[in-house]
Design a protein around this ligand. Sequence first.
Ligand code: C2E
Ligand code: CA
Ligand code: CA
Ligand code: CA
Length: 283
Amino acid sequence: AKSAGGNRFELADAEADARAITRHGLTTALPAALERGEFFIEYQPLVHLGDGTVHGAEALVRWCHPQHGVLGPDRFIPLAEHTGLIVPLGRWVLEESVRQAHFWQERHSDGGPLRINVNLSPTQLHHPLLVAETVDVLERSGLEPGALCLEVTESALIGADDDLLKPLRQLAEMGVDIALDDFGTGYSNLANLRRLPVSVLKLDRSFTQGMQQHPADPVDLKIVEGIVSLAHSLDLAVTVEGVETGAQAEQLRELGCDTAQGWYYARPGAPDRIHSLLLADAV
Ligand code: C2E
Ligand code: CA
Ligand code: CA
Ligand code: CA
């Protein structure tokens, strides 16, 4: 089929090849990049919708690639996941962000416990040392387990059996919060939520996007309202992601969401940014 296609197809092939080469190049460069310290973490604040104070921060990893510049996680997390490098990379992210959170807490002991949210990929979830390593990281840092929230995507838990849920249950029993990330994008059975050791629902950005229009789509509002009331009846807190305007924030607050995250408050940034937001809250 390729040879019959002419130039258009040759071009498409060339682009596909270039992408494959980059993908291949990035994949093979990952282990050395970790050793050389080319990864860094940006933190995005999570804010109480009630009073706008900082509740915590989500750790979002980036790769400062010597040739390609700063790469977002969507470019390399799937590759790291595929090769298994996500395990040492994820361990590094956890260690680094927990250390950072403990540092913030030491500096702002008056501001109540600051929480740190860390993303866990499916491979990490299946890793036999997940619980032991998390305990170890917490103990070495001095951060109390209750300040850590591990974010697991809804899709990673679809059809999860007891073997998969057991480590999450153990972590939850220690006081670590488990958040169901990107909630609403998968097809999880709402009744299933009761079975999962989660304490936070993170409503996916697609819901907040649906509220961009003025007036917001009434069906979207009803859906969010329904999810929030179900979540609260199951004792789950609701975080919304992707809040970009004050109008969205106000609407989500009225719908009863607890915390929010998005460009309206702050883009992901250097740890200093969280530090100054905490200072501002303290006055
Ligand atoms: P996520 O967990 O859903 O993270 C939220 C994403 O939304 C982040 O993209 C964040 O920068 C972006 N975002 C935040 N506020 C807004 C907003 O108001 N508007 C818009 N348009 N976007 C907003 P980012 O940093 O590119 O991360 C993408 C994904 O990569 C994350 O999605 C997460 O699934 C994954 N990821 C990031 N860091 C890690 C990590 O350390 N480990 C693992 N396993 N995955 C990670
Ligand atoms: Ca997340
Ligand atoms: Ca998310
Ligand atoms: Ca998302």
